[in-house]
Design a protein around this ligand. Structure first.
Ligand SMILES: [Zn+2]
Length: 621
């Protein structure tokens, strides 16, 4: 296993608050980043994603909004009152799969009652794909000149692997650019993107996003000033993709139909489901993204720790190498703190997101991964404020579903309110960060790989029988402070050979700007030489990922070179806002790289460019 060397100067530098003088006034935070603890350098649990099953990435079509249909005034008929909460029966032993009455009593139903189809009496399943499709269509409306000024458009993003429609809703009260353009975002307002059910067996996020969508479309109450959640639309646009993985949802399964976990696919874009999300992000350029999941309440935690999970919500924002510091600060101060307050005001508990490997012998607990593969981290590298919110749900069936949905509605509602309150700040922050990232091309160093900080933590859990609080001391990988494992000088950009069209297609799918050389020339560059290779399986904080194997791990050395290039090759400059995503994809010796995942065919097909090319280039359209 490779040796992880800590660079103490690097770490010290990362802990220094940024000097205020260099920043726009609004960005001067009185700021204490919540960082964790001392470090006891041991080793990280390995990370990331999934390989395999290369599906050709189709050319990415433009979004096709449906014309805002004639006003559909009425909300979908509300189903009747839900059945009483289905509390699991008590279990005398420490069953892995069932919640005891003592534990269940810790999670009473909230005072509100939600009425999505999942709550119809007698239902054991959740809102079906067909029901969701109908509910979304029923919300489509044209707000132009209407008493309710909200326009709701259905965005068709293609089809899942089994042909189910992938659909999102766009909510806007921006009177300007939507009219007649058939287009996407209103440029004047920040966009918040809400994503549900990337994992098919985590239904609460999807049910909550139905609730949020209906609330956003709501008419203001007659005779009253517009209030409620829909008022956020006076400051922001909202895009909702309530069910990112309809195939998994249809069979209550985590992965997509091919077995690929789409939430490890946001850099590679193998699946049409991840491509659809990339398309949404590319076209709407959201300032904030929330990804709604659920976590396993029982199962391996009982086996490992003799305890069950305690928290209503586990929350984490993007934590990945090269994430702009001000994205982290805004995530913490503008969003996470108000979110925790909102949850606690509703009697809902929260903790950082964490997970534990599937291997029962490995008792390490880790915060969410630090690799550039999940939606949370990839959207962070797009300079969005990017949150993961997980409710206590997997393995519970319908138990506590009202509470789980309420937890998501509360957390996401807080994000929407924070985004609306900070709309001007968000736009300024994004402009600053985009420019700052682009300005770093050709300068300084960049982190190629980083790891979480191994430490210890007292994790509050529950006694599986009585439901009493049970603190458990665990080995804990903290993602709050990343330790650089490998660093390199930050190049001006990357050259890709003419044969690397697949990599170019995927980069463009992410929204990266790529240019093609119109003529031959020479580049001052660093060429990679492969010094070792092995084929392995992917690893993740959850353990090994089983989708395919065949990950190519190479070691490389760098050689300065004057590279003779032909016309037809590509230049991917780092002088663009998505530069950090480019580095994640193109430095070849990481497990998420396009080389490791056989998208780039050889280290000879890519090089680090050290000086802006002089040969004539044309941007790809
Ligand atoms: Zn999940």
């Amino acid at each position: 296993m490779m040796k992880h060397r800590l660079n103490r100067l690097d770490r010290a530098a990362r802990q220094q608050p940024q000097r205020a003088g260099a920043l726009p006034a609004l960005l001067v935070w009185v700021l204490t980043l919540a960082t964790a603890c001392g470090s006891a350098p041991t080793r990280p649990s390995a990370q990331p994603p999934k390989p395999a099953v290369a599906q050709a990435m189709p050319a990415v079509p433009a979004l096709r909004p449906t014309p805002a249909a004639a006003p559909v005034a009425a909300l979908p008929a509300e189903p009747p009152e839900p059945a009483p909460p289905a509390v699991a029966p008590p279990t005398p032993d420490l069953a892995l799969a069932t919640e005891s009455a003592g534990v269940a009593a810790r999670f009473p139903d909230p005072p509100v009652r939600y009425r999505t189809p999942a709550f119809e009496p007698g239902r054991s399943g959740y809102t079906s794909n067909a029901e969701l499709h109908a509910l979304m269509r029923a919300l489509v409306r044209d707000g132009q000149g209407a008493a309710n000024p909200t326009t709701v458009r259905l965005l068709q993003l293609g089809s899942s692997q089994t042909g189910m429609p992938l659909e999102a809703l766009h909510f806007s009260r921006d009177p300007g650019p939507l009219a007649g353009s058939g287009l996407t975002a209103s440029p004047s307002r920040p966009v918040v993107l809400l994503v549900g059910q990337q994992h098919g067996d985590e239904p609460a996020g999807s049910e909550a996003l139905i609730v949020i969508a209906q609330a956003l479309a709501q008419e203001p109450a007659a005779g009253q000033a517009p209030g409620g959640l829909a008022a956020v639309l006076d400051r922001i646009d909202v895009v909702i993709l309530p069910r990112a993985n309809p195939d998994g949802s249809a069979v209550d399964r985590r992965a997509t139909a091919s077995g690929i976990d789409m939430n490890r696919d946001h850099l590679l874009l193998y699946t049409p489901e991840a491509q659809a999300q990339a398309q949404l992000v590319r076209e709407f350029n959201p300032a904030v993204v929330v990804d709604a999941h659920e976590y396993a309440a029982l199962g391996r935690y009982v086996e490992k720790f003799g305890a069950v999970q305690r928290f209503d919500a586990l929350v984490q924002y993007a934590m990945v190498a090269n994430l702009p510091e001000f994205i982290t600060k805004a995530s913490e101060e503008w969003f996470r703190r108000p979110m925790l307050q909102a949850l606690h005001a509703e009697g809902l508990s929260s903790e950082w997101y964490y997970t534990t490997p599937t291997d029962v012998a490995n008792k390490k607990v880790a915060m969410g991964g630090v690799q550039p593969d999940t939606g949370r981290n990839v959207n962070g590298l797009r300079n969005a404020i990017s949150f993961l919110v997980e409710t206590r749900g997997i393995g519970l069936g319908h138990a506590h579903l009202q509470r789980r949905v309420h937890t998501h509605v509360t957390a996401i509602g807080s994000v929407l309110n924070s985004a609306a309150a900070r709309a001007d700040d968000l736009r300024k922050l994004r402009r600053f960060v985009d420019a700052d990232v682009a300005a770093k091309a050709c300068q300084g160093e960049t982190v190629i790989e980083a790891m979480a900080t191994p430490t210890e933590y007292s994790l509050l859990m529950l006694d599986p029988l009585t439901g009493a609080d049970k603190p458990v001391a665990v080995a804990w990988d903290s993602a709050l402070e990343l330790l650089p494992v490998k660093r390199r000088a930050r190049p001006c950009g990357y050259w890709l050979g003419a044969g690397q069209a697949d990599a170019v297609r995927r980069l463009r799918g992410l929204g990266v700007q790529v240019q093609r050389f119109d003529e031959a020339g020479a580049l001052r560059a660093e060429a990679y030489t492969e010094t070792a290779r092995e084929v392995g399986a992917r690893a993740d904080v959850r353990g090994s990922l089983t989708d395919g194997g065949g990950l190519l791990r190479v070691r490389v050395s760098l050689l300065p070179a004057l590279l003779d290039i032909d016309a037809g090759g590509y230049y991917v400059g780092l002088d663009q806002p998505l530069a950090n995503l480019v580095i994640a994809a193109l430095e070849p010796d990481t497990q998420n790289s396009y080389l490791a995942n056989r998208i780039v065919s050889s280290v000879n097909g890519v090089a680090r460019v050290l000086q802006r090319p002089e040969a004539r280039m044309s941007p790809l359209p």
